[in-house]
Ligand binder design. Structure first.
Ligand SMILES: NC(=O)c1ccc[n+]([C@@H]2O[C@H](COP(=O)([O-])OP(=O)(O)OC[C@H]3O[C@@H](n4cnc5c(N)ncnc54)[C@H](O)[C@@H]3O)[C@@H](O)[C@H]2O)c1
Length: 350
């Protein structure tokens, strides 16, 4: 097989970690008999500062030719975060109907959870976040700006199409895992969209009698992530709730330096996008100490989605062994190794 991959390193440590991912993917291609063609795109805050846009008008069309998009991170001091998000990430997610945002949360052996006394068997779940509608809608506006009557309105959008398809994905995933699904809600306070979400969960559950379903309001669910991470298998949430949970989850499992994510168009009508959970980390950019594991684990998710499951399993095994050994880790995990040393160690394991 041959795969065409678009690379968007982005800003800050994104530009450092994506080349590490490429090194590992190329090695896996050689070992497992598939070829990869990479094409870099300079879409970033730097691009915005030079051209006034995060990507050119034909950017989406250019990306549509690829099997997948491998993205580092975008964001830079001096460029408002909503510019980088709405100028690049959200247009890609929406144009390519990447309606599933998938974030596995696993405590790997050798990684210390900030939660006392927790072991790998206690933390192993997946956050499934709706990625195209919900609270992140552009519907709304401001009136009477600058006056005492100033106001802002922001609409949420929950369609049956959008809610049902993310729920179906989550139920199917639960069926392949340990058969448990948790829904994030807030139907006590948000009285239109969230009761609707709950209704659709109950309706979907009828088609999956083998799945144990529970639901929690988002506030207590956050507390349960910290106090009872072992309760969870698949956790499904709207765009906003999923976004919050998918940083809280990785934080419980040792930090965002190792946390991967995927934006999927499961039907493969459009390219899916794979990106580490972390941002551009301006505080450590250029120092060569960014943890590459989040990006390498993200590459593993990409290989799995492309169908290279043996290579994906080999990469995950190598990541797990390096973490378990605990000798070659970056400073965010308490080690003193550089980014390249960690990647080299993982390459050696392969
Ligand atoms: N998907 C994305 O592109 C994305 C996601 C989150 C934030 N951002 C952007 O990134 C910029 C910085 O945001 P932030 O500081 O809130 O989040 P961040 O993830 O960039 O950094 C948070 C903290 O985690 C550390 N960290 C992050 N990744 C690490 C890694 N691989 N290894 C070691 N340490 C790591 C950083 O040094 C920092 O202390 C902002 O402009 C933000 O908008 C982009």
């Amino acid at each position: 097989m041959a795969y065409n991959l678009a690379l968007i390193p982005g800003d800050g440590i994104g530009k450092e970690v994506i080349p590490e991912g490429v090194r590992v993917l190329e090695a896996l291609g050689r070992d497992f008999g598939f070829s990869l063609h990479f094409e870099p795109f300079a879409y970033s805050c730097q691009h915005y500062l030079e051209h006034g846009v995060m990507m050119p008008p034909d950017g989406i069309a250019a990306l549509s030719r690829f099997d997948a998009i491998f993205l580092g991170a975008v964001g830079a001091p001096g460029v408002p975060d909503h510019v980088s998000l709405w100028g690049l990430l959200i247009p890609i997610r929406r144009s390519f109907d990447q309606y599933v945002n998938l974030r596995p949360v696993r405590l790997l052996a050798g990684i210390r959870s900030p939660l006392a006394g927790r072991n790998p068997e206690d933390i192993d779940f997946v956050v499934v976040r709706e990625n195209t509608e919900g609270e992140y809608s552009a519907i709304g506006g401001r009136l009477f700006e600058g006056s005492e009557r100033e106001m802002a309105v922001q609409e949420s959008v929950f369609t049956r199409h959008g809610v049902d398809r993310i729920l179906r994905y989550a139920f199917e995933l639960a069926a392949k895992r340990r058969g448990k699904l948790t829904s994030a809600t807030k139907s006590n306070g948000i009285i239109h969209t969230m009761p609707y979400w709950d209704e659709r969960v109950a309706e979907m559950a009828k088609s999956y009698p083998g799945i144990a379903v529970d639901q929690f309001h988002i506030d207590i669910l956050c507390a349960h992530f910290v106090q009872h991470p072992d309760w969870f298998d698949v956790v499904v949430g709207s765009n906003l709730f999923g976004d919050i949970l998918s940083d809280l989850g990785p934080a419980c499992a040792g930090g965002i330096g190792i946390a991967p994510s995927a934006n999927l168009n499961p039907e493969k009508r459009f390219p899916s996008m794979f990106e580490p959970v972390h941002g551009s980390a301006p505080d450590i950019a250029g120092k060569g100490i960014a943890n590459p594991i989040a990006t390498l684990w993200t590459a593993q998710m990409m290989l799995e989605f492309l169908g290279e499951t043996t290579a994906a399993a080999a990469l995950m095994g190598a990541i797990e062994r390096i973490c378990a050994q605990g000798k070659i880790l970056t400073p965010d995990l308490g080690g003193s190794a550089t980014m390249r040393q960690v990647t080299d160690a993982i390459l050696k394991q392969l």
